[in-house]
Design a protein around this ligand. Structure first.
Ligand code: BGC
Length: 264
């Protein structure tokens, strides 16, 4: 049973990615990150022990700031893998030793506080559904994050259906993220029009499978959306995430706040 926490409108979210780990203090009333984010490169190899140490460094830095949450506030953490009942069930872009790791326990013990761990793209989706581009949209919204891998969040009538792994659809014999992630664009040195061809193949397929009302694009590359989104031809509107690359931090914090009932 979770202990009772003080009421707080500020909760720390930490977003763990394949290349960077970033944290911020989230104002839950507005869904904004207060002040600067704090980022450290993902350690290599990205083993549980090494990653947990970096998350602790980030939380310690943020807790030293003026707008820091209550000392006992839980921390929301996002992780780039299937997270089911606090256990990691995959590890596409992180060290394989994460598979079957008890992520709640690993981070909870390292931080000495309650944590709530969820899939990174699910966190981004939750944040967009509550505060961002998906707010108030009825029906199916798919939030697709283009980064080291491809992450996805399946939202229906504002509710998250967790652990959709649409980055791993097999398309033309390939794992989709190996061709259409932002890191695949960099690896293959693609121009925006060439990258858009790959995105077109990917999004047409996902559109065919799910007929969503809206696609929202997240990940660092959402900042450059004008370079590739206008090149896509889809029935479904496709727009960049409103919270840009902060969506994971915000969604992680929101989920922790809801789970531990710390905010209104
Ligand atoms: C993982 C997902 C994750 C996505 C984005 C994929 O490779 O399987 O769980 O959400 O990358 O980080």
């Amino acid at each position: 049973m979770a202990k009772k926490h003080s009421h707080t409108e500020h909760v720390i979210g930490v977003d763990i990615g394949g290349t960077g780990i970033k944290g911020g203090i989230v104002n839950l009333a507005s869904g904004e990150v207060i002040g600067e984010r704090f980022r450290i490169d993902t350690p290599q190899p990205s083993t549980p022990h090494a990653v947990a140490k970096v998350v602790k460094q980030i939380v310690d830095e943020l807790m030293g700031r003026d707008h820091a949450p209550a000392a006992d506030a839980p921390v929301g953490i996002t992780f780039p893998a299937i997270i089911s009942h606090g256990i990691a069930r995959s590890a596409a872009n992180v060290d394989k030793s994460w598979i079957d790791a008890d992520v709640d326990k690993i981070f909870g013990e390292e931080l000495g506080r309650d944590v709530q761990v969820m899939n990174d793209a699910d966190a981004a989706g939750l944040a967009e559904a509550r505060y961002g581009a998906g707010a108030g949209v009825k029906g199916t919204v798919l939030v697709i994050t283009l980064g080291t891998g491809i992450g996805s969040a399946f939202i229906h009538n504002g509710k998250l259906i967790p652990n959709a792994e649409l980055g791993h659809l097999e398309i033309d014999g390939f794992d989709a993220e190996s061709k259409a992630s932002a890191s695949a664009r960099e690896r293959d040195d693609l121009s925006w029009p060439d990258y858009a061809v790959r995105l077109q193949r990917y999004f047409s397929h996902v559109e065919f499978l799910f007929s969503p009302e809206l696609f929202i694009i997240g990940g660092g590359i959402s900042k450059r959306s004008e370079d590739y989104l206008p090149l896509l031809k889809l029935r479904t509107p496709i727009i960049p995430a409103k919270l840009k690359n902060n969506a994971g931090i915000v969604g992680g914090a929101l989920q922790a706040a809801v789970h531990f009932k710390v905010a209104k």
